[in-house]
Design a protein. Structure first.
Length: 367
């Protein structure tokens, strides 16, 4: 196969794991001496990405079947597949965010299967259950049909790989995302609880406010990309309504501010249910920030290895989350012991580990 690679994704405009992994894939491919191009529907927001991630690999950009962008997803995917099919014979095609746009390629990377949440999370409304479950099952069949035409399917976590197998019968290779190791300075730690998340409704950020009401002696910081302005404003109104002077929100922060905040925080609170593999959690661990996550998904299965109190804690209820956070910020000896173990655990997900794993898969296709 030619040493030309086309990495494609629907878009690169938010500050999430999908964007970061895509950029690291490109960097890895260029280090292998390959000619790499990036294709998205619209030009990436380069300045925003560079400000937050701290770097950008040099790469040529191509428009990805722009006439298909605003069509229903199934039609969009079909037209884009036809558009890319001619290149597939000469180029190595890598679908960097295949969960959003499951177009067959040589290598498809699945970050998360958010559409499957109705199958995992019970709903109080029978009508909602029926509609959402049917939608999730239809999406599963579509995903299976598309991904079975890909040569290699990669998953970001063991949790995501297991859900993918249950839904489609496809056995994915687990390649954990690359995680940057931050500085660990025990002497700089403060009673700060940081939540690193896009401002988006499915992230369940209102839980931070509920916990903050009961822990007024701690400072809560929500930091991340702005995906939903209306949701951000809702949270802001709730903070004012309940006089939560211990809660602060920082949308779209520069990388240096983000890293400084994470390095000074004692606890990283994660509120999303059944998440796949949030890179930010590992970055926090590398800075000695102890995790308190929901007892589900990749944070529990992959990162904490389903072991309570070893690298952090997992909660099911608000009471449990409050109890774990209070214990960590009140007992410095306990906090230090877990922080040291978390710091060492983070290196299992370093950027070098990702590069080694991803490079070996790419080279297999070039033989």
């Amino acid at each position: 196969m030619s040493k030309q690679v086309l990495v494609f994704a629907p878009q690169l405009k938010t500050l999430g794991g999908g964007e970061y992994v895509t950029l690291k894939m490109i960097e890895c491919l260029k280090n292998l001496g390959l000619k790499v191009k990036l294709a998205t529907f619209k030009p990436p927001k380069w300045s925003l990405l560079k400000d937050f991630f701290g770097y950008l690999p040099e790469v040529s950009w191509l428009p990805l079947c722009q006439q298909a962008e605003n069509l229903p997803s199934y039609i969009r995917d079909l037209l884009t597949y036809v558009h890319l099919k001619a290149r597939k014979k000469k180029w190595l095609l890598i679908n960097a965010i295949a969960n959003e746009m499951p177009i067959p390629s040589h290598i498809s990377y699945i970050h998360a299967l958010h559409f499957a949440r109705p199958l995992l999370i019970p709903s109080s409304s029978e009508a909602s259950v029926s509609k959402n479950v049917i939608g999730a099952r239809l999406r599963s069949k579509y995903l299976a049909l598309s991904l079975k035409l890909s040569k290699d399917v990669l998953a970001a976590s063991n949790f995501t790989a297991s859900i993918l197998y249950q839904l489609t019968g496809i056995q994915a290779t687990v390649v954990h995302p690359p995680c940057k190791m931050l500085l660990y300075k025990p002497e700089d730690k403060r009673k700060i609880i940081v939540t690193i998340s896009r401002f988006s409704r499915e992230k369940n950020l209102s839980l931070v406010l509920s916990i903050a009401k009961r822990l007024r002696n701690a400072k809560f910081m929500i930091v991340g990309g702005m995906s939903d302005v209306f949701y951000y404003e809702e949270l802001h109104k709730e903070i004012k309504r309940h006089s939560l002077n211990n809660v602060y929100m920082i949308p779209n922060p520069p990388r240096r501010i983000y890293e400084d905040l994470v390095s000074r925080s004692m606890v990283c609170l994660h509120t999303t249910l059944y998440d796949s593999f949030p890179i930010s959690l590992v970055e926090a661990m590398s800075a000695g920030t102890v995790l308190v996550v929901h007892k589900s998904g990749g944070p529990w299965k992959d990162i904490l290895r389903e072991r309570q109190g070893l690298y952090g804690y997992a909660y099911r209820t608000i009471d449990e989350a409050v109890s774990y956070i209070d214990k960590l910020i009140s007992d410095e000896k306990l906090y230090r012991e877990i922080a040291e173990r978390a710091y060492k655990r983070a290196y299992a997900f370093s950027e070098n580990k990702f590069k080694q794993r991803f490079s070996s898969i790419v080279l297999r296709h070039l033989k």
